[in-house]
Design a protein around this ligand. Sequence first.
Ligand code: SF4
Ligand code: FES
Length: 367
Amino acid sequence: MENGNSLMSAKPLPPKPLGLLAELTHRCPLGCPYCSNPLALDDRRSELDTTTWARVFREAAALGVLQAHLSGGEPGARRDLVEITASARAAGLYTNLITSGVGITAKRLAELKNAGLDHVQVSIQDSTASSADHIAGYDGAFARKRELANEVVRLKLPLTVNAVIHRANIDRVGDMVELALALGASRVEIAHVQYYGWALKNRARLLPTREQVDRAVGLVEDLRACHHGRIVIDAVVPDYYARYPKPCVGGWGRRSLNVTPAGKVLPCHAAESIPGLEFWSVREHTLAEIWNDSPAFNAFRGTAWMQEPCASCPRREQDFGGCRCQAFALTGDAAATDPVCHLSPRREHVTALAMVQEDAPYDYRRM
Ligand code: SF4
Ligand code: FES
């Protein structure tokens, strides 16, 4: 039985996570040069099996998770995607399929719907086929995405279009919103590339200019007003041009967790880029043990780890000091203030980086 002392000294439990990103596989037919997967990809033989994913979903639901985002790579590369989806649904989770649109047939989409799939998110690379296929490094991808999006709407599944924005397509952001409308999407995410992993490798080839960003931000505001009630447009100012950083993943270890294809559990998709963090695996631990006690999840929880200027900043509970992976990538110190913040002593470095553009062929993501 607990006595008064042990109750007083008990460690408070962290907040409950809301979302789980299930990276079912790193396999993908596309080669997007901004892929958020790590440079060292998990190979097929190391992937978790169907039964383990079902256990992970049950443990996630017991922990408080409400939504499972079935992602990759391309989740359609998993032959057991229908069974995996059914197991997430059986655990009581809202299921969102995040797909490139290549590798899921109309027949399989119908099976996924019957298995309880709730929502589909399709990414698009551009508004024209030639540019979109060039960016994806895959001929015919654009046409197949359109076909899948049409099928999603025909099956009356809610559709979100994820438009990934960078220098080569930012001037067509309006056309991409129009395309999302024409496809019947209820939501479009204007997702500016975030510079980790493959995107960091291709940064100078992907970064838009300040003038492009200013034009696009103004246009998106106009489109929002013009299409109000017809489509929801989600957009934020891209990191390198922002005044404040984003509250990355809603705060480290506060809202969400990622399970990699091989079973490691990460606080965010790029966490493995930070050296010295110890990640636990669902092969050896329950999700609750990992969420509550693993060293990686506790590394940047709360505010005690913060340095100045974050430590005494009134916004520290709003943006949580920004993104740990970006802080590490740009300063070499994962506990530093995200240098995107105008209060960071390293903000000038980001401003200088944002001026470096290079027109060279992409380094495509390949396994
Ligand atoms: Fe956020 Fe830190 Fe900048 Fe304050 S100083 S706005 S907490 S990143
Ligand atoms: Fe890791 Fe932002 S991507 S904290």
